[in-house]
Design a binder for this molecule. Structure first.
Ligand code: SF4
Length: 125
């Protein structure tokens, strides 16, 4: 999906299904796209959790070059889940990047809507 042809195909599929691509989609439409991907079996890389700043930065370095339409890749690499994670039930609600009132993940490399009970491995407090 990293080739130009792959990207064109990906964007056309978003347009055909939703009428917009993720880059143009608003909050609710992005939520729908995300929930649809999980409903259709998307599996993300929840492990390993980045324990050090270096590991954390590495994940950001992978995410940063992705364009806004690379929604699936963003979710996979960030280890996104639609539920709290681990024994501590970590979730967006307590993450330093979460904008509670906007229901939005403000980490620039993600920049996506999120529900309070969702989580990803870039979670930080
Ligand atoms: S970085 Fe991850 S856990 Fe934190 S708000 Fe964003 S999606 Fe949620």
């Amino acid at each position: 999906m990293n080739t130009e042809a792959g990207k064109t195909e990906r964007d056309a599929a978003f347009l055909a299904r939703y009428g917009v691509t993720p880059a143009e989609a608003g909050h609710d439409m992005l939520m729908r796209m995300i929930e649809d991907m999980f409903a259709e079996g998307l599996v993300t890389e929840v492990e390993p959790f980045p324990e050090t700043d270096r590991e954390f930065s590495k994940l950001l370095d992978i995410l940063r070059p992705l364009d806004a339409n690379a929604l699936r890749e963003k979710l996979v690499i960030s280890g996104w889940l639609l539920e709290p994670y681990g024994a501590d039930k970590m979730r967006c609600q307590e993450c330093m990047y979460y904008l509670v009132h906007k229901r939005w993940c403000d980490l620039p490399e993600l920049n996506l809507p999120a529900k309070p009970d969702w989580w990803c491995r870039l979670w930080r407090i």
